[in-house]
Design a protein around this ligand. Structure first.
Ligand code: CA
Length: 218
């Protein structure tokens, strides 16, 4: 069972979140004070932190700064005011993994929590292997047989996406949104261009075209 630390000083919100998380099968602990939150977050007993910004003693940004100074992998989702673009940017710059504008619906919160916990689980995998192809996420080394291959950051991200879903057909739209982000022009042919780069570097038969559908690791 995943254990979630809820840092929120507004009792109405914390109790709503706490109840919802428990009902969804998570273990949840509520803390209403910034300094106390740092102590809890660094205790090693939590898989994810939901962090409000306005808090007694020290605010959420300072909590995040102190936590990140010692712990870089713990997923943190900031709860921000909907109007405050500045605080969202500051939170993400400060090492938050995601943010959720208030007020939010519980299912929105739950979707973010699930996503971040899943990402954290995947981060534990450090090597992907497919036939003679090996990708190391930690060192970012790529080898085909005993030959080392240099990939750009984008090529690497695309290759990881294929290796995460072996034998699955991935559409251009899926690859665009996962590797380039949603703000990319959906009509762009950038995916086809990068698949071509990967074929040149990893072997022409490595990625097959599934006509009208997308690409698949072969
Ligand atoms: Ca608050």
């Amino acid at each position: 069972m995943s254990s979630i630390l809820v840092v929120e000083d507004e009792q109405r919100i914390s109790s709503f979140v706490d109840k919802g998380l428990r009902a969804s099968g998570y273990s949840s602990t509520v803390v209403a004070d910034g300094l106390e939150a740092v102590e809890h977050a660094l205790s090693g007993g939590y898989d994810l932190v939901l962090l409000d910004i306005g808090l007694p003693s020290i605010d959420g940004f300072e909590v995040l700064r102190r936590v990140r100074a010692r712990e870089q992998t713990l997923p943190v989702i900031m709860l921000t005011a909907r109007t405050s673009v500045e605080s969202t940017v500051a939170g993400l710059d400060g090492g938050a993994n995601d943010y959720l504008p208030k007020p939010f619906r519980f299912d929105e919160l739950l979707a973010r929590v699930r996503l971040r916990l899943r990402d954290a689980g995947q981060a534990a995998i450090t090597t992907f292997t497919h036939g003679s192809l090996v990708l190391d996420l930690r060192t970012r080394r790529v080898t085909v047989g005993d030959r080392g291959v240099d990939l750009s950051a984008r090529e690497f991200a695309l290759a990881v996406e294929f290796l995460r879903h072996p034998d699955q057909v991935l559409s251009r739209e899926q690859l665009l949104s996962r590797v380039w982000g949603f703000d990319f022009d959906p009509g762009s042919n950038v995916v086809d261009v990068y698949v071509r780069y990967l074929r040149t570097k990893l072997g022409a038969d490595r990625i097959e075209t599934v006509r009208g559908m997308g690409y698949r690791l072969a």
